[in-house]
Ligand binder design. Structure first.
Ligand SMILES: [Zn+2]
Length: 63
């Protein structure tokens, strides 16, 4: 069984190493960079949560 690394922001599978020495990943789809990647099974939940958080912070910024 192989694990697939997915973007925690958009759920894309286009994750590639940005800096392997620092353990930084880069998403080829949304441009996300970070050490956090998610595995297949949990990604949908996390993406939903992230979108929820994004919406909340948007509202705060607009005020
Ligand atoms: Zn992404």
């Amino acid at each position: 069984m192989t694990k697939k690394n997915l973007c925690p922001r958009c759920g894309s599978k286009k994750m590639k190493w940005h800096d392997p020495q620092l353990g930084i990943w880069e998403c080829g789809s949304c441009g996300y960079r970070g050490s956090v990647v998610v595995e297949d099974s949990s990604v949908q939940k996390k993406v939903k949560e992230a979108k929820k958080m994004e919406r909340l912070s948007w509202k705060r910024q607009l005020k």
